[in-house]
Design a protein around this ligand. Structure first.
Ligand code: R5P
Length: 294
């Protein structure tokens, strides 16, 4: 029997592309919000012994979590065999340590919660910094897809003589891989964050690459300050305004407008989070993993 596909806040374009490739059945799920803000959910499909796939966009996660839990509980109550969560952007990965006494390590709490309700997780470039693998915090099987091959294709098609730039140590995993595939140089900046929008980057070896087009590659664009500060530093060192590529287009508050007014030439993102900068389509990678299930 075809898997039942449920969607929560995912972009219509991504859903359409995935479902076309996966050949699942789009589920009929009725959701209603009562005047008091509480939720009603009803699934109209026969669920017994079927597999469910939930494609969920979980950026700005808090208001989206309870509806997701209610959906999972309803599916289980209807006899669903398994629930696979396709979560292109996996939130709550950045608090991966107690930076100050008394802090909650929310990445662990969130992993525990999701592991309770879903049977499998498929995601794209989660922020694995101090964790080597999702298995350290998730107790369900998980698949991590890398966006780099698609990012590399975009760079090859659009940029001549690139210099790949990672704005901080964490980004070296993507920058180094991209540079290796393209066969071009890469540099990594040192970043210090003093507050949500207070970021400083230290100068790098960029000056020797003035004849190349800098291409910043990072996983998350949230406030945009990491990209903005790195772009400023590159221009200060005599390079041209960089192209910025982010996997996850979070763009909190005024991030996008502020970035457009900065020393950045162009902003490109993958379609893990719907945004007007989405130019790199990852639906094929997601669909391939879904088709490989079972
Ligand atoms: C953190 O280290 C991530 O890899 C990104 O560099 C970070 O989340 C970007 O955040 P923002 O856009 O707020 O500077």
């Amino acid at each position: 029997m075809k898997p039942l596909i449920f969607t929560q806040h995912a972009s219509a374009d991504l859903i359409e592309k995935i479902t076309r490739q996966v050949k699942g059945e789009i589920a009929q799920c009725e959701n209603h919000e009562f005047p008091d803000g509480e939720s009603y959910i009803r699934i109209h499909n026969e669920c017994t012994n079927r597999c469910a796939i939930i494609i969920a966009n979980l950026h700005q996660p808090n208001p989206k979590i309870l509806p997701l839990i209610f959906l999972c509980e309803t599916l289980k109550a209807q006899g669903i065999k398994s629930i696979t969560l396709i979560c292109p952007y996996l939130p709550y990965m950045r608090q991966d340590i107690q930076f100050k006494p008394g802090e909650g390590i929310t990445s662990r709490f969130f992993a525990k919660l999701l592991s309770t309700y879903v049977d499998r997780l498929i995601t794209i470039d989660p922020h694995l910094h101090r964790y080597d693998s999702l298995n350290e915090i998730y107790t369900i099987p998980s698949t991590v897809i890398q966006a780099v091959p698609k990012i590399v294709n975009w760079i090859k098609e659009n940029i001549e003589r690139p210099l790949i730039v990672g704005p901080d140590n964490e980004s070296e995993q993507w920058a180094a891989l991209a540079a290796d595939i393209i066969q071009c140089p890469y540099i990594i900046f040192e970043k210090n964050r003093f507050g949500d929008k207070d970021v400083q980057v230290s100068s790098s070896q960029a000056g020797q690459y003035k004849n190349r087009t800098p291409v910043l590659v990072d996983d998350i664009i949230s406030t945009g300050r990491t990209m903005i500060k790195t772009a400023e530093a590159l221009v200060k060192e005599g390079l041209s305004a960089p192209v910025c590529i982010g996997v996850h287009a979070i763009f909190s508050d005024d991030a996008y407008e502020t970035m457009k007014q900065s020393a950045i030439r162009n902003i490109i993102t993958c379609n893990t989070v719907p945004h007007q900068t989405n130019q790199i389509d990852l639906s094929e990678l997601l669909a391939a993993e879904i088709c490989a299930l079972n």
